[in-house]
Design a protein around this ligand. Structure first.
Ligand code: HSE
Length: 438
């Protein structure tokens, strides 16, 4: 039987994992598909590094375009990351009628509408399971398994680096910078760590799963993003006193006409299962109207977990090819002409609970000034703590609110930060009290 020919572009960490699985499980995969897979080419600028695999002669090449031009290649596996070249290669592959597998979340978040539309017009598959959550099958879950549900919300820990950093600050009391250095030394952070710590990587992933969950176009530009670089050990200690842990959460919720899509440090109760997902692990809870709550949990990055997701995509496409059924699954959740134009809600409309920390002078009347401004904007307090006495002329004053609206919180914070008894910018952390999966 004529094999299905694969061309892998980019043989870095994940690419090497893909090669390892393809070589070590070739017979098993062939049995599972019904047609053998043949890795015809692996293209990488570095053709000499020992990757611990032996390529048959002629497989390793340094010209990715040779894969695109080769009419025998059925599936192109894009593993180079980045945006410019990856976009050109994927567009050219689609144009040539090739099916594509990618793990490139930044590319999909920003150019996904264009790429998915080109692929569906051409009738080719574009698979992207590994773009979100490494080995966790969240794309398949949303696109296939939960197809009988109206998804109500998703809450995820989608960036292992931030989860590692926050876990280190929580468990060892070290500061943000030291925790980041440890993440970098351990090889967890992206080449540009800003993508991780400023929340962009999680937002890329959230944009993808939000479109799938609610049947909308990808809308990365309107995802609200806030990173973890301002989180201090002090906030983590206060959070614990209130019964919370701080996580970088990616949250999306369906509100009917609009959807929430936001990434920011969030306090969640100890008994929420996500608060016990630590280190580099990822997890996502999905709430559907039929299924209730489900949880996916696993390695969100790393050679073999991510390669496992890529292989799953290759096999899905190969199985479609075996039955001449490319394009069987819509590339987002529903048929392209049925995609909804629901928009992402501006963050100012968010209503949630908040934690505030002010560095305030330890003198009479300070609390009443702060509370007065909060009251003026309809922000009601659930509890107030003041820790210790004067250190460097100020003390941390911490408050937790009942439900409040973000626009009011922002205006109140502006006013409070102008008080001469308050030093520096207030710390504001949103609290997620939903009781799912406790
Ligand atoms: N930098 C990402 C993370 C890797 O830390 O989760 C996988 O996307």
């Amino acid at each position: 039987m004529k094999p299905i020919n694969l061309g892998l572009i980019g043989c870095g960490t994940v690419g090497t994992g893909v090669v390892r699985i393809l070589y070590s499980k070739n017979e098993l995969l062939g049995n599972r598909i019904g047609i053998p897979l043949n890795l015809k080419y692996v293209a990488d600028l570095d053709t000499t590094t020992d990757r611990g695999v032996t390529f048959p002669p002629g497989v390793m090449i340094n010209d990715a375009w040779k894969i695109i031009q080769d009419p025998e290649i059925d599936i192109v596996i894009e593993m180079i990351g980045g945006e410019d070249l990856a976009l050109k290669l994927i567009e050219a592959a689609i144009e040539k009628g090739k099916h594509v597998v990618t793990a490139n979340k930044a590319l999909l978040a920003k150019h996904g509408n264009r790429l998915l539309s080109a692929a569906s017009k051409k009738g080719v598959d574009l698979a992207y399971e590994a773009s979100v959550g490494g080995c966790m099958p969240i794309i398949k879950t949303l696109r296939e398994s939960l197809v009988g549900n109206k998804v109500k919300s998703m809450i995820g820990i989608l960036n292992g680096t931030c989860n590692y950093i926050l876990s280190k600050i929580t468990d060892e009391g070290i500061n943000f910078q030291d925790a980041l250095s440890r993440a970098q030394d351990s090889g967890y952070a992206e080449a540009n760590p800003e993508l991780d710590i400023e929340g962009l990587d999680a937002a890329h992933k959230l944009a993808i799963v939000t479109a799938l969950a609610y049947g909308t176009h990808l809308d990365f530009d309107n995802v609200y993003i806030e990173g973890i670089s301002r989180i201090t050990p002090l906030d983590i200690q206060f959070a614990a006193q209130f019964g919370y842990r701080i996580k970088l959460l990616a949250i999306s919720k369906d509100h009917g006409d609009t959807i929430e899509a936001r990434v920011h440090p969030t306090m969640i109760p100890f008994d929420n299962i996500l608060s016990n997902v630590n280190g580099t692990l990822n997890a996502v809870t999905v709430t559907g109207d039929a299924v209730g709550d489900i949880l996916l949990y696993g390695h969100g990055a790393g050679m073999m977990p991510t390669a496992s997701a890529v292989i799953g995509d290759i096999v899905d496409i190969a199985r479609n090819l075996a039955f001449n059924a490319a394009g069987r699954l819509p590339l987002l959740a529903c048929q392209p002409e049925k995609i909804s134009s629901k928009s992402i809600m501006p963050i100012n409309e968010l209503v949630t609970h908040y934690y505030f920390r002010f560095e305030a002078k330890d003198q009479p009347g300070v609390l009443s000034k702060i509370a007065g401004i909060l009251g003026k904007f309809g922000i009601s307090l659930a509890s107030v703590h003041q820790k210790g006495r004067k250190s460097g002329g100020s003390v941390p004053v911490v408050m937790v609110t009942h439900f409040a609206q973000e626009s009011n919180v922002r205006t109140a914070m502006d006013e409070i930060s102008r008080l001469d008894v308050v030093h520096g910018a207030p710390m504001v952390i949103r609290i997620e009290n939903d009781n799912h999966l406790e």
